[in-house]
Design a protein around this ligand. Sequence first.
Ligand code: PLP
Length: 411
Amino acid sequence: MKKIYLDYAATTPIDPRVTKAMLPYFSEKFGNTMSLHSFGQEAKQALEESREVVANLMKAKLNEIIFTSSATESNNLALKGIAFANENKGRHIVISSIEHPCIIESAKWLEKQGFEITRLKVDKYGLVEPDDVRKAIRKETILVSIMHANNEIGTIEPIEEIGKICKEKGVYFHTDAAQSFGKILIDVNKMNIDLLTTSSHKMYGPKGAAALFIREGTKIEPLIHGGGHESGLRSSTVNVAAIVGFAEAARICQREMKIESERLTKLRNKLIKGVLQKIKGSHLNGPPASAMPKALRAGPPASAMPKALRAGHPKKRLPNNINFSFPGIEGESLVMQLDLLGIAASTGSACSSEKLEPSHVLLAIGLKPEQAHGSLRLSLGRWTKEKDVDYVLEVLPKVVKRLREISPFKR
Ligand SMILES: Cc1ncc(COP(=O)(O)O)c(C=O)c1O
């Protein structure tokens, strides 16, 4: 049976070029970066070269990159580290209502420690309004954390405008770029970003490696104390093999980004157009992907859309993300049926897909719980081919039709 992986937003396979780069660091180049002998120095050199590659991909300086184990860890360090280092200035933090659970839960935990959290609403495409950020900032605000691209609906937030506001107001600005780093251009200086989270396993690198960009001069407390690794901000023996893999993944993304994002955008648009055409009542969640005839465009009439989105706005949606709702069916049943036919997809985000609650992101953009339950995320990637898209277009309408026929929601 065909096996088609369309869940690249959950995790990506490791690129064979990355595996090859990592291999020596499991065997002959096994040194501890803190050792003074040649084994240690060889590992240390690989670590610093990797730091340079990751820094380059976001236009940061070498000393502004801290390696961690995951985006979850980077996000925890960003929120809690900034909170505790700056609480003498104030105890107020601003986030959006569609952040990844690791931001939402860190903010909840900080609330229990006496910090105050403002959760900004988003519009029906998942966009944060920069003016809402401006209005939310007050003299006790120490941090604004708004994700770069949403993991469920692919919305790319107006980070540059938000960064500018934070800079004017003298507030730290953190962005979770786990889904965007390596896929679209990031320039931490142009975008006025003070802290930025990335994750290796979302960009064809191994699990267990990630980074946090921390702008020079930022006041931040470590969460892990010990031998003083990573400029004292993240103690513990460095996972050199995984970091070397992460850097190789970043190198490949940098080289291939333009061509790959154009290729994926085309495949994504074909899939969206085909599904909206073939499946009655289907709805695309998140920003419109491209200019589409009115009859095919699900959701509100064009006149109700912000100007920038009216004709479709590829720049507001990740090139590889698709998220549909099919009213009348359960997303979980759909994912299971598709799996039986060889298609790996997801409903909600990977981390929340075991929960039975509807996705907080889909509720935040105004879907009713029953619409949110009938959602399907298809995320494309490096090994997605046009024939995979054609297979989904052949199979998905039949599966949706069958599930609708047996649905308890059917009237
Ligand atoms: C936007 C976003 N942030 C953070 C994470 C957590 O990433 P990690 O698995 O590296 O902890 C994810 C993973 O799904 C994500 O999509």
